[in-house]
Design a protein around this ligand. Structure first.
Ligand SMILES: [Zn+2]
Length: 431
């Protein structure tokens, strides 16, 4: 397991993740994804969507607006409940989460602290031309509410019967007092959430199924089982709306921490929104003639946190011929670049031409790049370090026999294939 600094440095050096607005000194709790970062992030989202929407027939997708009617956040309880307790130091003016302070004086300077105040984590903005209280709106602190308010629309439009789910991926914002551990806790982040609506009474069974499903998803994408565990919440940890919750946890450099939470939210949200909006958000069961307020199981994961986990877990250092080799053993579905085409001799125009031509023919089928900016050993090391599963090397002999060498990332084994077969061989390996 690498330490966090090793991953932060690799991410910066290789174009995965940069501090936001870095030329102005960065901005606490905000991060920018670089050329490889955006590819990995898209691949994580695609893998999730495939597993929870595309491969199931009981879940559909949606994409709600980030800024919603502020009534949503009053009904959901966020305006009053979504707070952290904080204290200020009267001397040095530093601010702390009350739970982080041991004792009753400032941990930095020993000064006197204020009483505990509730600090709301939602970012505020104004909608429309007048900046008064009536125009206050919020950047959503979770994607979930965008799903609850569309329950009726989706259920009616898609003619869904219980149990069924609605999935969404999107940005969410929280004014965290203490962002940190790289992208683990940031103020702008992306969520992948499902709200899965079930008949009351079947909720506990569905809760267990979703916990297992979500755990299996991380294992399938290569996370090592010894670094992953399921931890049920104790009663005093539960959010105000939850009957039960379990976290899929990963053993991060700073210790075991939540990777994804799977909560049983009961009928809390639909009931709240029914009351506040005056709309009937029940499900009408044609067979029994009953109106049911469904219970909700919510698997809620973070794109950024999942991505950080995949990077940490994939990182390996090993010794090859007395030299250190850094290799990211990313799952092939997640790797940003699938294949790099490299000319063995970059000063031989015929080799360069052939290598570029091969890259062009691969590009419509997979993320392929051409690189001739160094000697071959250096080019291999660079691709290993960003997790590229395959390198294709074009050499002098290729000009004669129209064949190239494929080198696999993990064990560095090499095979020779004809240029004509290359695309199919690679697609086969990547599928
Ligand atoms: Zn102080």
């Amino acid at each position: 397991m690498p330490d966090m600094d090793t991953i932060v440095s690799l991410c910066k050096r290789r174009g995965y993740i940069f501090p936001s607005s870095e030329i102005y000194g960065g901005y606490g709790g905000f991060w920018d994804y670089g050329p490889l970062g955006v590819e990995l992030k898209n691949n994580v989202k695609r893998a999730w969507w495939k597993a929870v929407v595309q491969e199931r027939d009981d879940v559909v997708g949606q994409d709600a607006a980030i800024v919603m009617n502020p009534e949503v956040w009053r009904a959901s309880g966020h305006v009053t409940e979504f707070t952290d307790p904080l204290v200020d130091c009267k001397s040095c003016k530093r601010r702390f989460r009350a739970d982080d302070v041991k004792g009753d004086v400032c941990p930095e300077c020993g000064g006197e602290l204020t009483d505990v105040r509730r600090f709301n984590l939602m970012f505020k903005t104004f909608v429309g031309p007048v900046e008064d209280q009536a125009a206050v709106a919020y950047l959503r602190p979770e994607t979930a509410q965008g799903i609850f308010v569309n329950f009726l629309n989706v259920q009616t439009a898609m003619r869904k019967k219980l149990p069924f789910g609605i999935a969404q991926i999107g940005k969410a914002f929280r004014n965290e007092l203490t962002p940190g551990n790289f992208t683990f806790r940031s103020r702008e982040f992306e969520q992948m959430e499902v709200e899965y609506f079930v008949r009351p009474g079947t909720d506990e069974e569905w809760h267990q199924r979703w916990i297992q499903d979500r755990y299996d998803w991380y294992i399938r994408l290569g996370i090592r089982a010894e670094s992953l565990r399921i931890r049920p919440h104790t009663k005093d940890e539960l959010a105000h709306y939850a009957r039960a919750c379990a976290d899929v946890e990963y053993n991060f450099p700073m210790g075991w921490a939540e990777l994804e939470g799977i909560a049983n939210r009961t009928d809390f949200d639909l009931r709240q929104h029914s009351q506040a909006s005056g709309r009937d958000l029940t499900f009408y069961d044609e067979e029994t003639g009953e109106h049911i307020i469904p219970y909700v199981i919510e698997p809620s994961g973070g794109v950024d946190r999942a991505m950080l986990t995949f990077l940490l877990d994939a990182y390996h250092e090993e010794e090859v011929r007395k030299e250190k080799r850094v290799v990211l053993r990313l799952h092939k579905d997640l790797a940003p670049i699938k294949v790099a085409v490299l000319p063995l001799l970059r000063n031989r125009p015929e080799i360069v031409t052939l290598a570029r031509e091969i890259t062009r023919t691969l590009k419509p089928h997979m993320m392929a790049v051409y690189d001739d900016t160094g000697a071959i050993g250096r080019l291999y090391r660079r691709q290993d370090e960003v997790g590229t599963p395959f390198c294709v090397t074009v050499d002098v002999q290729s000009l004669e026999d129209r064949a190239v060498t494929i080198r696999a990332r993990d064990f560095m084994e090499q095979i020779r294939v004809s240029v004509a077969e290359l695309k199919d061989v690679l697609l086969d390996e990547l599928s």
